[in-house]
Ligand binder design. Sequence first.
Ligand SMILES: [Zn+2]
Ligand SMILES: [Zn+2]
Length: 191
Amino acid sequence: MSGLIALVPVGHVNSKLLRIFHRIKPFEFYTFDTFKPFDAYDDLRRQYDALRVMSCLKEFASSHGFQKVLGITPEDMYYRNSTSVFGCAELNGVAAVLSTYRLSCVSEEVFLLRVIKEVLHELGHLFGLEHCANDCVMRFCERTDLIDSKRLGYCKDCSKKLKNAIRNVRQTSQARYCTPGDNRILCTSNR
Ligand SMILES: [Zn+2]
Ligand SMILES: [Zn+2]
């Protein structure tokens, strides 16, 4: 596989949005066609169940030989008792998912910046980064105005940890895929 991270559109994600992923460094993506996670959409709530989506994404990654997968959906999403979430990720795990539903903004530029920041944030978790108190994209933000004011990038400490984590994944990419364990899941909720 050429990409380090499998990028999986969950539902219809516009192609312009998918193209910005080429600008999201230091990650590399391999973009798949739209994927419909089985039984993950709650028709009554009109939301995806983040836990169910991540579970399907993990199976997807496993069957396609990827160690990391990021799902992105324009639909609203919830996680356990949270009414809605921007994104969820397994800490140092396999799957992360981002909903762009509540990141929308009249300004397309602002919207795209929010998406990029949230992608960096969730991928940071996926590569083992925890929340960070520095001026850093790993700062925990539960509202869009806080996302808007946080830095578009990692602080020095997080950058260093991330580089090492990415290197480790590359080194073990030929290793046999193991059944994913139960990694701690971190979510950005918007209640
Ligand atoms: Zn977080
Ligand atoms: Zn940081």
